[in-house]
Write a new protein. Structure first.
Length: 283
């Protein structure tokens, strides 16, 4: 029989149609051919349902986000709370320390000086006070002289040594001063000015002054100069050096050549003592 025979088709249409109870089956049998079931309109395909579903999903997501945010906020607040408490505790301790100005703790790393504290001065080496000039020791008197006479004799010897005079000149000068003034620095009663200077007595032989009784009127020097023992001794040695051959003369003749005294032989009596004094002061 041909499949397109109308009679066959009629027989086929007369058969009762049995729909399968199986939910998985989506086909229906018509005759010997199976035809696809007409498409069903899905429930999800309707616009109202889709809008409602989208709205529900959005709400759910919003709730989840809010819950997550709350959870993270709670976690953050839980993490921040101990830190805030620690900071508050440190601030309270700092306030408590600052309130005790006298009991304030010293920082462990460095020590800051007090604003009113003066810096410790660096140690300085103690300087020794300058020594006072030591006065030359006064010579011990010899040959029956007192201290004032011995001091004057030393001045005469020192000046002679400074002028490089030989020992013989020292003896001549000492013998002359012993005869003229007895080794004292004398002023003159004739010259009142002579008393304005240090002196150890006075004489009255014209205007003669000083250890060697030299006269200002004869050109030996001024009264002030001749009253200085060192100047008077230098003037004597200078005049002695001007006497030719004085080194070979006797003490008396050498002294008289300088002094032009009225008693030329008087100097010889002092030679021995003068030699002793010169030796003591040059030893």
């Amino acid at each position: 029989m041909h499949p397109d025979d109308p009679s066959d088709q009629k027989l086929t249409d007369a058969r009762p149609t049995i729909q399968s109870d199986d939910a998985a089956s989506t086909e229906r049998t018509i005759g010997r051919h199976r035809a696809s079931e007409p498409p069903r309109r899905s429930l999800l395909g309707s616009t109202p349902v889709r809008v409602a579903l989208a709205t529900g999903v959005t709400c759910c997501l919003s709730l989840v986000a809010v819950a997550t945010a709350r959870g993270s906020s709670d976690d953050t607040s839980r993490a921040v709370e101990p830190l805030a408490e620690a900071v508050a505790d440190r601030a309270a301790i700092a306030d408590e320390r600052a309130s005790r100005s006298l009991d304030r703790d010293i920082a462990p790393t460095r020590t800051l000086p007090s604003p009113t504290a003066k810096p410790t001065p660096s140690p300085t080496v103690a300087r020794k006070a300058p020594k006072k000039p030591v006065k030359p020791r006064r010579p011990r008197p010899v040959a029956g002289l007192d201290q004032a006479q011995m001091d004057n004799a030393k001045i005469i010897v020192d000046v002679g040594l400074d002028m490089k005079m030989p020992r013989r000149a020292l003896v001549v000068a000492l013998s002359t001063a012993m005869q003229e003034s007895n080794l004292y620095n004398l002023a003159s009663d004739v010259l009142p000015e002579s008393f304005d200077y240090p002196n150890q007595g006075s004489g009255s032989d014209h205007d003669s002054v000083g250890l060697f009784q030299q006269r200002p009127s004869s050109g030996w020097g001024t009264v002030a100069e001749l009253m200085r023992p060192s100047y008077a001794a230098r003037a004597f040695y200078t005049a002695l050096n001007e006497v030719p051959g004085w080194q070979d003369m006797s003490v008396t003749y050498a002294a008289q050549s300088v002094q032009i005294s009225a008693y030329p032989d008087a100097y010889a009596q002092h030679e021995e003592r003068a030699t002793t004094v010169a030796a003591a002061l040059t030893a």
